[in-house]
Design a protein around this ligand. Structure first.
Ligand code: PAF
Length: 280
C-alpha cells in the first residue's frame, strides 16, 4: 500500500493505473476510520481494480467555532485498517499541500447547501465542494463512494458532478449503525457514557416517523412533529433541525412523495449528531 502526501506523486500513480486500463475507486474521508468507512472501502474494493482512500481533515469545511483542532486523528490506526481492507493508496496531504500560499479559489452552488446543515454551518458545504473537486482532479477515479449519513453532502456532490461535468460516478452507500441503532460517526467518540446511551434517540425518533409513514402518513409537518416529540423526551437532546425535504433539491416539501429526505441534527450535550432516512 502506498501512502503519499504529494499531489504530484498521487496524480502520477492514479494516471499510471488508468493508462494500464485499470479502474480506480476513491473513498474520500477525514480519517479516524470506522465501520461506515470500511463499508465504503469494501464496496470500492469489489467494484474497482485499484482503491484510493484520502485522509484529510479539511480546515475549509469547519466554521470558526467548530471542532477542527479536536477532530480525532490517528494515521497509524487508519493505515492498518486500510491495509487490512486491501486499499492500494492512501492520500494524506498536509494542509499546506492542499492549500498553498495565496490560495483563494472555491467551489460552491446555490440552493442545495442553504438549508439543513448548511443553515447552521454556513461555510461547510463550500469547503466540502472545494476539497472534493480538488480530490477528483488529483485522483481521477472512475467511481467515488460517500455515506448516506451525510445525505445533504451526497446530494450536493451528485449535483456538483452533473453541473460541472466531472467524469466520475458517485455511489451513495447505506448508513452503518451500532447494535443499538446509533449511526456510526467519528464524532461519537466525543460522547460521555450517559450521552452515548441517550444518543440512540436520533434513530428511535426516525423509526417512529417511518412507522407512521408506512401506516399511511403523508403530511410532512405531522412527520416532523412525531420526530420532534420523541426527541423532546430525551433530557440531553437539543434539536438543531428536523426537516422533511426533497432529496433532489433539499427544499422543504408538504407531502411525502417522490424522493424524500427526512433529516435531523441534534446536540447530545455539546456533540452535534446527524441522522436521516431516505425514501426513494
Ligand atoms: O464526509 C467527509 O468525511 C468529508 O466531508 C469529505 C467528503 C471527506 C470532504 O472532506
Amino acid at each position: 500500500m502506498i501512502i503519499s502526501g504529494s499531489i504530484k506523486d498521487t496524480r502520477a500513480q492514479v494516471k499510471e493505473w488508468k493508462k494500464q486500463g485499470l479502474t480506480v475507486g476513491l473513498v474520500p474521508t477525514m480519517g479516524y476510520l470506522h465501520e461506515g468507512h470500511k463499508s465504503l472501502i469494501e464496496r470500492a474494493r469489489k467494484e474497482n481494480d485499484r482503491v484510493c482512500v484520502s485522509i484529510f481533515v479539511n480546515p475549509m469545511q469547519f466554521g470558526p467555532n467548530e471542532d477542527l483542532d479536536s477532530y480525532p486523528r490517528d494515521l497509524e490506526r487508519d493505515s492498518k485498517i486500510c491495509e487490512d481492507a486491501g486499499v492500494d493508496l492512501i492520500f494524506h496531504p498536509e494542509v499546506s499541500e492542499m492549500y498553498g500560499p495565496n490560495f483563494c479559489g472555491f467551489v460552491d452552488m446555490h440552493t442545495l447547501p442553504e438549508k439543513l446543515c448548511g443553515a447552521s454551518r454556513p461555510v461547510h458545504f463550500r469547503g466540502v465542494q472545494t476539497v472534493v473537486s480538488k480530490l477528483f482532479h488529483i485522483m481521477p477515479a472512475d467511481r467515488a463512494y460517500f455515506g448516506q449519513k451525510d445525505a445533504q453532502q451526497l446530494a450536493i456532490i451528485r449535483r456538483m458532478v452533473i453541473d460541472l461535468d466531472f467524469d466520475i460516478e458517485i455511489i451513495g452507500c447505506p448508513i452503518i449503525r451500532e447494535d443499538d441503532g446509533l449511526a456510526k460517526s467519528s464524532r461519537n467518540t466525543y460522547l460521555s457514557s450517559d450521552e452515548r446511551a441517550q444518543a440512540v434517540i436520533l434513530n428511535e425518533s426516525l423509526e417512529e416517523a417511518m412507522k407512521a409513514i408506512e401506516a399511511g402518513e403523508k403530511d410532512a409537518d405531522k412527520v416532523k412533529q412525531i420526530i420532534t416529540d420523541k426527541l423532546n423526551t430525551c433530557p440531553l437532546a437539543k434539536i438543531d433541525y428536523v426537516e422533511v425535504v426533497s432529496f433532489d433539491t433539499i427544499q422543504p416539501i408538504e407531502k411525502i412523495e417522490g424522493a424524500v429526505l427526512i433529516a435531523i441534527a441534534v446536540y447530545i450535550g455539546t456533540t452535534r449528531l446527524i441522522d436521516n432516512r431516505i425514501i426513494m
